[in-house]
Write a protein that binds this ligand. Structure first.
Ligand SMILES: NC(=O)c1ccc[n+]([C@@H]2O[C@H](COP(=O)([O-])OP(=O)(O)OC[C@H]3O[C@@H](n4cnc5c(N)ncnc54)[C@H](O)[C@@H]3O)[C@@H](O)[C@H]2O)c1
Length: 355
C-alpha cells in the first residue's frame, strides 16, 4: 500500500503516518511546515519521505501523487481563527488547496481519497424533546445564558431540549468560516468522486486529543488549553456550568479510523465508484468539558477547576457522536478509554514544548 498524507507533519497526520508505517505501508508526506503551526522543524519520520510544499501548488501535487494508491488529505488551516479577516486564508488553505489536490488526482488517475472532516459541519449537536422526538434547536438566548440556563430550547414550545447523539444524516449547519470551509471540502470531494468515478470517505473527527497536540496556539483545542493553564500553576477555567457534552477521541484512534477507511477503499468495500460517504469519528462514551477539566487537574496535581459561568454566544452546547456507522461499515471503534487517555495526555509531550 502506498499512501500520500497531506499535512503528515501535523498533529493528526503524524499519527496516521506512524500507524501506516507500523502496518508496513509506504508513506509519503506532503506538508508546507506552515510556520504558524510549526514553531520548529517537526521530527523526521524515517521511512516516510517528506516533501515540503503547498497542497495548493499544482506542480508539487503532481509530483507528490506519483505511484500513490490512496490520498489521505489532512492538511488544513484549523481552529476558529482570529476574526472574519481570516476568511480568505481558510478558503485558500482548505478549499482552493483541496480543489488543486483533487484536480491533480483526476489528472494522475488517483481515485481514492480519505478526507479529514470535522464535527463542526453539524453546528449544534442533536436534540430531542422530552417525548424523544428530534427537534432542531434555536440559537441560545442571551437572557437564558445570563441566567445560567445553558441548554437550548424547542423553538415551538420553549421547552429545554435533551441532547442525543448526532448521526451522519443530521442536517448540516456550518456556523463559522472554518466550518464552512470543512463542509466545502466534503462537497468538493463528493463532486470529484461523481465526476471522475473515484471513491471518497470523509471522517468527521470530534474532539481529538493526545500526544503532540499543539499547545497555546489560538487554534489549540480545549484539552490543550486546559493543560497549558495547569502547567502555569493556574486553575482551569471552565465556561458555562461545565456540562457541555463532547465525544473526546484519542489521536491514535483517529489514526486507526483513517487506516480502516483506506483499507475499505482499496478493498472496494462500502463506497461505490463515483461516490462519497461520511463517518463520525468520536468516542462512544459521552463526557463533559467539566469532567475533562477535573481529570486533567487531578492527574496534573493542579488546583481544582473553576467553573466560571462565562459564556460565548456562538458556542455549541452539546455535540456528541454516534460512531455506529463507522463500526458497522469500517469495523472501527475507539479503543482508548477517556480516563486512561486523559491521564496519558496530562503529561504527554505537546507540539511547542521545548525539545
Ligand atoms: N485537531 C482536531 O481536533 C480536529 C478536529 C476535527 C477535524 N480536524 C481536521 O484534521 C486535520 C488535521 O488537523 P490537525 O489538528 O492535525 O492540524 P495541524 O495544524 O496539526 O496539522 C495540519 C498540517 O497541515 C500542514 N498544512 C497546512 N496547510 C497546508 C498546505 N496548504 N499545504 C501543505 N501542508 C499544509 C501544516 O503545516 C500542518 O503540519 C485538519 O484537516 C483538520 O481540519 C482536526
Amino acid at each position: 500500500m502506498r499512501i500520500l498524507v497531506t499535512g503528515g507533519a501535523g498533529f493528526i497526520g503524524s499519527h496516521i503516518v506512524d500507524a501506516a508505517l507500523a502496518r508496513g505501508w509506504e508513506v509519503r508526506i506532503l506538508d508546507s511546515l506552515n510556520p504558524a503551526v510549526h514553531p520548529g522543524p517537526p521530527p523526521r519520520r524515517p521511512g516516510a519521505p517528506l516533501m515540503v510544499g503547498d497542497v495548493g501548488d499544482a506542480v508539487t501535487v503532481a509530483a507528490s501523487l506519483k505511484g500513490i494508491d490512496v490520498v489521505v488529505h489532512q492538511s488544513a488551516k484549523v481552529g476558529l481563527g482570529a476574526g472574519f479577516f481570516d476568511a480568505p486564508d481558510y478558503i485558500r488553505e482548505n478549499d482552493l488547496a483541496t480543489a488543486v489536490l483533487l484536480a491533480g488526482m483526476a489528472s494522475a488517475g488517483a481515485d481514492k481519497l480519505v478526507l479529514a472532516s470535522s464535527m463542526v459541519v453539524y453546528g449544534e449537536g442533536a436534540y430531542t424533546d422530552s417525548a424523544g422526538v428530534p427537534v432542531r434547536p434555536d440559537a441560545r438566548r442571551l437572557e437564558d445564558l445570563e441566567r445560567g440556563i445553558f441548554d437550548p430550547r424547542d423553538p415551538a414550545t420553549g421547552e429545554l431540549l435533551l441532547p442525543t447523539l448526532v448521526t451522519e444524516d443530521a442536517a448540516l449547519d456550518p456556523r463559522n468560516v472554518y466550518a464552512a470551509s470543512k463542509l466545502a471540502q466534503e462537497n468538493l470531494a463528493s463532486a470529484w468522486a461523481r465526476s471522475t468515478g473515484g471513491t471518497a470517505i470523509a471522517l468527521r473527527y470530534h474532539n481529538v486529543y493526545g500526544p503532540r497536540m499543539p499547545k497555546n496556539t489560538p487554534y489549540a483545542g480545549v484539552a490543550s488549553l486546559f493543560r497549558s493553564a495547569l502547567a502555569r500553576g493556574e486553575a482551569v477555567r471552565v465556561f458555562e456550568d461545565g456540562g457541555q457534552r463532547r465525544s473526546f477521541v484519542h489521536v491514535a484512534d483517529v489514526a486507526e479510523a483513517n487506516l480502516r477507511a483506506i483499507e475499505a477503499l482499496v478493498e472496494g468495500r462500502v463506497v461505490m465508484p463515483g461516490s462519497f460517504r461520511a463517518y463520525n469519528v468520536g468516542a462512544s462514551e459521552v463526557q463533559t468539558i467539566g469532567q475533562m477539566a477535573e481529570v486533567l487537574s487531578a492527574v496534573g496535581g493542579g488546583p481544582a477547576p473553576m467553573v466560571t459561568g462565562e459564556f460565548r454566544l456562538g458556542d455549541v452546547r452539546h455535540i456528541t457522536a454516534s460512531s455506529a456507522r463507522a463500526w458497522a461499515e469500517l469495523g472501527w471503534a475507539p479503543r482508548h478509554r477517556f480516563e486512561d487517555g486523559m491521564r496519558e495526555f496530562a503529561t504527554a509531550p505537546l507540539r511547542g514544548d521545548p525539545a
